[in-house]
Design a protein around this ligand. Structure first.
Ligand SMILES: [Fe+2]
Ligand SMILES: [Fe+2]
Length: 246
């Protein structure tokens, strides 16, 4: 039995959104996903997909993308990405009822993998309140956007804390924490997300959202304060799921 993760499938079977304009790695990327996931993941394994599943704006436009995900092997757990418009944050329970036994939508709840609780939320990192010059130095700051970003972080932290609370109440003491956004922005060393990961002593923080060579190093990769941080964006992994456990 194993736990895998892969993010940012960016499927669009029902909408016209060719991905290869973002680079060679995206050419027929859905074929790569199908091939590599089938090669690596066994039916008894768990596969966490860390958001940005579909370009469809409504559930009806995502049917084929979600059916594609359903056909992949393993127990599929989905996290909400910034592009997942089909997923109303207030209606996660409804999605879980509609896809019961096929897909599990992780938000304000948790999933179990052996003696680990899989907790998570979309997260948020603000990449815009500051402006960098071409040498990477901070050239300006937008205070209004910073205020807005703080609100979004606070809301996501509430959701994440609820996920931890429920897992702990159910008796779990070991955690893997999933985010769609990276846990820190490019200027930060720590954030509320790294703080909660340390508070609960999570084994690993798994995130995606960063696309393209220039963005892969935006946040923490490797071990930081004893916690393993893993970037699992599809293009970063050339669409091979990453093994998280054992
Ligand atoms: Fe993405
Ligand atoms: Fe994203």
């Amino acid at each position: 039995m194993a736990l895998y993760a892969l993010g940012d499938l960016h499927l669009g079977f029902q909408v016209n959104k060719p991905m290869d304009r973002f680079g060679k790695v995206w050419k027929h990327h859905e074929r790569k996903i199908e091939k590599y996931v089938n090669q690596m993941v066994k039916p008894e394994d768990t596969l966490v997909l860390t958001g940005d599943h579909s370009w469809g704006r409504k559930l009806e436009e995502c049917r084929e993308d979600l059916a594609f995900i359903e056909r992949l092997p393993g127990h599929k757990i989905l996290l909400r990405g910034n592009h997942d418009m089909f997923w109303d944050a207030k209606k996660t329970q409804r999605l879980n009822e509609a896809f019961e036994g096929k897909l599990f939508f992780l938000q304000n709840n948790f999933a179990a993998y052996q003696d680990y609780a899989l907790v998570g939320t979309k997260g948020y990192t603000f990449e815009g309140p500051y402006y960098l010059d071409r040498w990477g130095n901070v050239a300006g700051w937008d205070e209004e956007r910073e205020e807005q970003a703080k609100k979004l972080v606070a809301r996501e932290m509430d959701r994440l804390r609820e996920s931890f609370r429920m897992a702990e109440e159910a008796g779990y003491r070991k955690f893997i924490m999933f985010l769609h956004y990276p846990p820190t922005n490019i200027l930060e060393e720590t954030s509320p997300f790294t703080a909660i990961a340390e508070e609960y002593g999570v084994t690993a923080v798994v995130y995606s959202h960063c696309h393209g060579e220039r963005r892969f190093g935006d946040s923490i990769r490797g071990t930081f304060h004893g916690i393993s941080y893993m970037l699992v964006s599809g293009d970063y992994l050339d669409f091979h799921p990453a093994r998280i456990l054992p």
